[in-house]
Design a protein around this ligand. Structure first.
Ligand SMILES: Nc1ncnc2c1ncn2[C@@H]1O[C@H](COP(=O)(O)OP(=O)(O)O)[C@@H](O)[C@H]1O
Ligand SMILES: CC(=O)N[C@@H](CCC(=O)OP(=O)(O)O)C(=O)O
Length: 299
C-alpha cells in the first residue's frame, strides 16, 4: 500500500479527538494583511476555513489589509503614518480605507472561500450596526474604538451555514461618520462579544518571542503584562497582546498568536497535538485531548 495513503489515514484518525472537541465551537480568525500572501496562500487559507465549517465549527473571519491600503494611498501620493501601530486617518483617507477593506480585500477573501466550496458572506462593522465606535484618540482622526457590539447578524450567518468575512470598518455614534478600526482590535471586540471559544490572530511571526528570541508556547495574562512592562513585547505585538488580554476578560476561552504564512496554520493549531504559535489563556495549561465522547465539552 502507498505509504502516503497510510500516513493520510493516520492523520485523519489522530484528528478525531480534536474534531469532537471543537464541534460547534466559534473560532474567530484575524487574517492580517501581512499573512495574506499570494493567490495560492489565499486559496489555502480559504480551504482551511471551509474545512473547519465542514467539520462543524463556526469560523468567523475578521481581516486586515494594512499593506493593501498603503499601496493604494501610495499610488494616490498620500503618505501612510502610524502612531502606536494605528493609522492616522483623515476624512480623505477613511474613504480609501473603506474602499480597500470593504471592497477589494473583503471580496477577495469571500471569493476564495466560495471557490473552495464554502458559502462566504462579506460584511463590515457597518452592516446591521454590528460595531459602533467612538473616536479612539484625537491624534488619530477617524480611527474607531468599538463601544457597542451587535453580533446577532454574525450568529445568524453562521447558524445558516455561512462563513462571515468581516472588514474592520465601522459606524460612529453620531453624524454618520465612518471609522477605520485596527484589524486586531475589531477581531478582539467581535470575539469578546461572541464569547468565542478561540481567537486566532494570524500574523507574520511564529508567535510571542522572549528576549532570547524563542517562541513562548503558553502564556498567562500576567506573563504577557510582565513582558510588555519589561520590553520583551514591543511594536505591533503590543496592540496584538493587549487585544488578547481584553478578549480573555470578555470571556474568550483562549487566544492564539500564530504565523499565518505557515501552510495550514489554523489546522495545525486546532487539529494537531503540536499546536502552533503562542496560546494565551487564564487558567489551565495547554492540555490536548485524549478522546472525548461526542458532545462532551473539552475546550
Ligand atoms: N515579543 C515579540 N514577539 C514577536 N514579535 C514581536 C515581539 N515584540 C515585537 N514584535 C514585533 O511585532 C510584529 C507583529 O506585529 P504587526 O507587524 O503589527 O503584525 P500584523 O501586521 O500581522 O498585525 C512582529 O513582526 C515583530 O516585529
Ligand atoms: C486604525 C488602523 O490602523 N486600521 C488598519 C486597518 C487594517 C489592518 O488592521 O490591517 P492589518 O491587520 O493588515 O495590519 C489600517 O488602516 O491599516
Amino acid at each position: 500500500m502507498n505509504r502516503n495513503w497510510i500516513a493520510t489515514a493516520r492523520t485523519l484518525s489522530e484528528a478525531l479527538p480534536y474534531l469532537q472537541r471543537y464541534s460547534g465551537a466559534v473560532v474567530v480568525v484575524k487574517f492580517g494583511g501581512n499573512a495574506m500572501g499570494d493567490d495560492d496562500a489565499m486559496a489555502e487559507f480559504a480551504r482551511d476555513m471551509v474545512l473547519m465549517k465542514q467539520v462543524g465549527m463556526n469560523p468567523v473571519v475578521v481581516h486586515g489589509g494594512g499593506p493593501m491600503i498603503n499601496s493604494l494611498l501610495g499610488r494616490l501620493g498620500i503618505e501612510s503614518q502610524f502612531v502606536r501601530g494605528k493609522r492616522v486617518t483623515t476624512k480623505e483617507t477613511v474613504e480609501i480605507v473603506e474602499m480597500v477593506l470593504s471592497g477589494l480585500v473583503n471580496k477577495r477573501i469571500v471569493q476564495a472561500i466560495n471557490d473552495a466550496g464554502g458559502r462566504a458572506v462579506g460584511i463590515s462593522g457597518k452592516d446591521d450596526d454590528m460595531m459602533v465606535c467612538e473616536a479612539d484618540d484625537p491624534e488619530l482622526g477617524f480611527v474607531g474604538r468599538p463601544v457597542e457590539m451587535n453580533v446577532q447578524i454574525i450568529r445568524d450567518l453562521y447558524t445558516a451555514g455561512m462563513i462571515p468575512v468581516i472588514a474592520p470598518v465601522a459606524t460612529g455614534m453620531e453624524d454618520n461618520e465612518t471609522f477605520n478600526v485596527n484589524g486586531d482590535t475589531a477581531a478582539g471586540a467581535i470575539a469578546g462579544a461572541l464569547r468565542a471559544d478561540r481567537l486566532l490572530l494570524l500574523t507574520d511571526v511564529a508567535g510571542v518571542k522572549d528576549s532570547a528570541g524563542e517562541v513562548v508556547t503558553q502564556l498567562s495574562p500576567d506573563q504577557v503584562r510582565d513582558m510588555i512592562a519589561d520590553g520583551q513585547i514591543s511594536g505591533g505585538m503590543i496592540p496584538k497582546t493587549e487585544t488578547a488580554l481584553m478578549a480573555l476578560e470578555e470571556g474568550v476561552r483562549a487566544v492564539i498568536i500564530l504565523d499565518g504564512r505557515v501552510p495550514n496554520a489554523c489546522l495545525l493549531e486546532l487539529f494537531t497535538e503540536h499546536g502552533a504559535g503562542s496560546m494565551i489563556r487564564s487558567t489551565e495549561p495547554r492540555v490536548k485531548p485524549r478522546g472525548l465522547r461526542q458532545g462532551e465539552a473539552g475546550l
